[in-house]
Design a protein around this ligand. Structure first.
Ligand SMILES: Cc1ncc(COP(=O)(O)O)c(C=O)c1O
Length: 531
């Protein structure tokens, strides 16, 4: 078919210049107010500060209408970030929206709540005397954890009269972008260990141990890989580092990036050893806005005791007439989401958190089993498989799973994340079907399900990923299963390959910004995008 190129912006410009269009408008650089005549409002420039003020109702409506073009948060299955809270939590957030968490002297009650949250999280992670702080999210928390390891390592090296100028840090190459950012921003060599199918697409602890040397400031171990939801083996890594210390004398700490797993493991897998119970774990971060069930804007970082938080990272400042201590990267930040976190602690307790996370895991398992049973898909995530069974080559024994589904700890501990790909059998029978097209087709029904490549070295495998959150009810699970099957069969029945590239926007601001980061592998994976 022969197509001629049509410039949409040109067409719109001409249409607006035509005599049928009453007002002369400067192309797309102004907001055309649908309610303009009702509110007697003039066009508002989009990219310059308007000369005049505008009616509040009109502005509200304008912005509200534009934001309706966003995807629906509840159908955004790409994100780990929580999107729903109870009306009482919303009310507390609204009431405290104007409070700055850094105004410690002015808001003593808020500070007491902050201290209680640290204590609650420390207790949840088996710490005695933990210290920590609220952050904007796990990214800030991971940077602080890395900085503390770097400063401690430097102090040790200097005390021994050794060179402290070439620090390195070890992590899997499935690490979320925040972890790599730490290395780049704070001049630490990043030793990325390639993940493989054998390491379940997460950190290979033997290879990580081999990569360690005297200059290793620490190992980042991830509890809940962003790509596939697998838990990395914190206990195994800890044993490897114990062995290294015995043999070489290097005391290498672990920082656990429990962005998602920090609120999953304590409730769903209480016997798993991953937290301060292991002496080698010196610091842990989590996102309160993921499975902590608060809205975006709250993370946490804790050290097992004051000893592991170097004094030089703590700033004592005289501010607004009083003395306060801070050890965050951001100064001003909202207090309300920290308050929302505390609401959840009091409201849900262990019982509530356990019930919600077990339900998420149940829903994720139903989804996994249904997709596997369809034969169209291979499941890359292993959270629905019996403990110790990994890989889609060894299909789950459905009956054994159904028997053990009540005793949840008999299954592989992992996040409620379903990562899958078209099965080899389906691909052989339907070579014209591109997996990315499934993601595009699902978007037409409102679902946001990303399709992306696994980390470098295994990036020949593309996966679709669904993050199961509290708001993804059984009803929605059933619907997404039906829609996934519909999309797959529609593509299989189509005569030619459905070219998803035609849907790619010429200028995707998110993709462009990501490219600017200069990552050689910037097109890979959900780094910094899906979370
Ligand atoms: C494993 C992991 N670490 C860190 C982060 C960054 O967390 P945040 O978005 O809270 O900054 C994410 C985000 O998904 C993650 O999955």
């Amino acid at each position: 078919m022969l197509h001629k190129h049509i410039d949409t912006e040109d067409i719109i410009k001409h249409a607006k210049l035509s005599p049928t269009h009453h007002h002369l408008r400067n192309s797309h650089n102004v907001h055309t107010l649908a309610y303009g005549s009702r509110y007697a409002t003039e066009d508002i420039p989009k990219y310059k500060l308007p000369e005049k003020s505008t009616e509040a109702q009109a502005v509200y409506q304008l912005i509200h209408d534009e934001l309706e073009l966003d995807g629906r948060p509840n159908m955004n299955l790409a994100s780990f970030v929580h999107t729903w809270m109870e009306p009482e939590a919303d009310k507390l957030i609204m009431e405290n929206m104007c409070k700055n968490l850094s105004d410690q002297d002015e808001y003593p009650a808020t500070m007491r709540i902050h201290a209680r949250c640290i204590s609650i999280i420390g207790d949840m992670w088996n710490a005695k005397g933990a210290v920590g702080t609220a952050t904007i999210g796990s990214s800030e928390a991971v940077l602080l954890g890395g900085l503390a390891m770097k400063k401690r390592w430097q102090a040790t090296m200097r005390a021994q009269g050794k060179d402290a100028s070439r620090p390195n840090i070890v992590m899997g190459n499935n690490a979320q972008v925040a972890l790599e950012k730490f290395a780049r921003y704070f001049d630490v060599e990043c030793r990325l260990i390639p993940v493989t199918a054998e390491s379940h697409y997460c950190l290979d602890i033997k290879k990580a141990a081999e990569a360690c040397d005297e200059n290793t400031i620490g190992v980042y171990v991830i509890l809940g890989s962003t790509y596939t939801g697998h838990f990395e083996d914190v206990e195994g890594m800890s044993k490897e580092l114990d062995r290294i210390q015995e043999q070489k004398g290097w005391d290498i700490p672990i920082h656990v990036d429990a962005a998602s797993g920090g609120f999953v493991a304590p409730f769903a897998f209480p016997k798993l050893k991953w937290n301060f119970e292991l002496p080698r774990v010196k610091s842990i971060n989590t996102s309160g806005h993921k499975y902590g069930l608060a809205y975006a804007g709250i993370g946490w970082v804790l050290w097992r005791s004051e000893e592991f938080l170097p004094k030089e990272l703590i700033f004592t400042l005289t501010y607004l007439g009083s003395e306060e201590q801070t050890f965050t990267l951001n100064f001003s930040r909202p207090a309300c989401f920290m308050i929302a976190q505390y609401y959840n602690f009091v409201r849900l307790g262990k019982q509530g958190y356990t019930s919600i996370i077990l339900n998420d895991l149940d829903n994720a398992r139903v989804l996994s089993l249904a997709l596997e049973e369809s034969t169209y898909f291979d499941l890359i995530s292993d959270m629905h498989r019996t403990k110790g069974v990994f890989g889609f080559g060894k299909k789950s024994n459905l009956d054994s799973i159904k028997e053990t589904i009540a005793g949840i700890t008999e299954l592989n501990p992992a996040l409620p994340v379903v990562a899958f790909k078209l099965s080899d059998q389906f691909k052989a029978e339907n070579p014209h079907v591109k997996q990315a097209a499934l993601s595009t087709l699902l978007r037409t029904r409102g679902w946001i399900v990303p399709n992306y490549a696994l980390p470098p070295a295994v990036d020949d495998v593309e996966i679709l990923r669904i993050v199961v959150r509290e708001s993804f009810s059984q009803e929605l699970v059933d619907t997404v299963i039906a829609d996934l099957i519909w999309a797959t069969e529609t593509l299989a029945a189509s005569e030619s390959s459905f070219d998803v590239d035609i849907f790619v926007r010429k200028h995707d601001p998110v993709a462009d910004a990501h490219k600017m980061e200069g990552h050689a592998d910037s097109n890979h994976g959900p780094k910094g995008r899906q979370c």
